[in-house]
Design a binder for this molecule. Structure first.
Ligand code: NAD
Ligand code: MG
Length: 411
């Protein structure tokens, strides 16, 4: 990596060249923060935007496409194609929709692609960008949880770099000493503990999505906010860390740190621990992914240590937050268990948000589906990943229907 840094420094000393960027999921929380960082770093004077993509928020997507001068705007939703087309009529911006539109966006010749679509929907487009050699700024952790080493290999074969955006993984990436990988003893992921950090399971049993989405420190999309409350997000991040940093599951620790100031840490064999700290603001990690290996100047809040006064730590509770245990099970079993866990939880999350199941049922569903699908063979190709994902979704839907039936019978 050191040589890479030198090479990149040499490259930046010539005439400035505009980098071409694509933002998959530009209308979301990470997407809008990414556009803010791009603006801060010079906007259209410094960058060309190849493509932006969204889903149902057509007004915002059209506004972003016009403001950035994007070549292509894509809605994932076929039924919104016409409204996106009319919103961009006369601008010269190309418009596409659906899965093929997302692939088209990913395949545009951008040097750097922000992967910020939520969920497994982000896997195919991110993979398409990786295969053609783009640098991937990875917010979509589901790519690594579901496809694991296959995804890492696709990036390596494409020749681009994989730069983490998740704040914990960005912190680890920043705390890893390039030539000391052999001396890494452990990776310590910090977790805020979410809004229910001190709640009992009885208290959590009755919460609604509105209550669960209120994160104490971070402002994020719905899925990851609920995932922070159940600590399912941390479960995904453990698996993400395993693949990103090529460490054994036993080297991955989680510590609850309610202030979210230390974003994560790396422990070395000499007892040293190197951490990355900052205010909880995703723009720091996004900026780092955009300008890596250089640091840049960003207009984000600075830490005031005297005001902060203290940093707290607690052991995570795997009984109240079983998702952490499920992540360990998935890593131990290996193969496609990550894909199975992630898909089952996505379906359970939708059922929770629509009020069909309770908050604690989400982990039960994921566990039941994982236990039913232990026999899945290791993935040889991406088709195996997509097949395991589909089967896990079908089984999760069955498990949810069973829960609803049981709840109906009990009522
Ligand atoms: P979000 O819900 O705010 O935005 C998601 C984006 O994906 C939007 O642009 C939306 O239009 C698009 N999208 C939704 N469904 C889609 C579909 N079926 N097909 C294609 N596009 C679709 O989510 P977010 O919080 O920005 O999170 C995005 C990703 O980044 C997730 O994988 C999340 O885990 C990860 N992440 C987010 C944060 C954060 O602070 N928000 C932090 C770390 C990691
Ligand atoms: Mg995170």
């Amino acid at each position: 990596m050191k040589q890479e840094k030198q090479r990149d420094l040499a490259m930046t000393s010539g005439a400035p060249q505009k980098r071409r960027l694509t933002i998959l999921g530009s209308t979301g929380s990470i997407g809008t923060n990414t556009l803010d960082v791009i603006d801060q770093l010079g906007g259209r004077d410094a960058f060309e935007i190849a493509a932006v993509t969204g889903n149902g928020n057509i007004d915002l997507l059209a506004e972003q496409a016009k403001a950035t001068g994007a070549e292509l705007a894509v809605t994932a939703s076929e039924r919104h194609y016409e409204s996106l087309k009319s919103a961009l009529a006369g601008t010269g911006i190309e418009v596409a929709a659906g899965r093929s539109g997302l692939i088209e966006a990913a395949e545009r010749n951008a040097d750097w692609v922000m992967a910020a679509i939520v969920g497994t929907a982000g896997l195919a487009p991110t993979l398409a960008a990786a295969k053609r050699g783009a640098d991937i700024a990875l917010a979509n952790k589901e790519c690594l949880v579901s496809a694991g080493d296959l995804f890492v290999r696709a990036v390596a074969e494409g020749g681009g770099r994989l730069i983490p955006v998740d704040s914990e993984h960005s912190a680890i990436f920043q705390s890893l000493e390039d030539d000391q990988r052999h001396a890494v003893e452990r990776i310590v992921l910090t977790a805020s503990g979410g809004p229910f950090r001190t709640w009992s399971r009885e208290q959590m049993a009755g919460v609604t999505a509105e209550i669960a989405r209120a994160h104490p420190n971070w402002s994020m999309g719905l899925k990851i906010s609920i995932g922070s409350a159940s600590m399912f997000n941390k479960a995904l991040e453990m698996i993400e860390a395993k693949h990103l940093f090529n460490v054994a599951p036993s080297q991955i620790e989680v510590v609850v740190h309610p202030q979210s100031i230390i974003h994560s840490m790396v422990g070395y064999t000499d007892g040293s621990v190197i951490a990355q700290l900052g205010c909880p603001d995703m723009r720091t990690a996004i900026g780092y992914a955009l300008t890596y290996p250089m640091r840049t100047k960003l207009n984000v809040d600075r830490l005031d240590f005297a005001k902060l006064a203290r940093l707290d730590f607690e052991a995570p509770d795997e009984v109240r937050f079983p998702a952490l245990r499920l992540a360990r099970t998935a890593m131990e079993r290996g193969g496609l268990q990550g894909a199975v866990m992630n898909a089952a939880e996505e379906v359970a999350f939708e059922a929770f948000v629509s009020g069909r199941i309770g908050f604690l049922d989400m982990a039960d569903i994921a566990e039941a589906v994982m236990d039913r699908m232990t026999a899945v063979a290791p993935a040889v190709s991406m088709d195996d990943v997509f097949a395991a994902d589909s089967e896990a979704r079908a089984r999760a839907a069955e498990a949810i229907a069973e829960k609803e039936k049981a709840a109906g019978a009990a009522a």
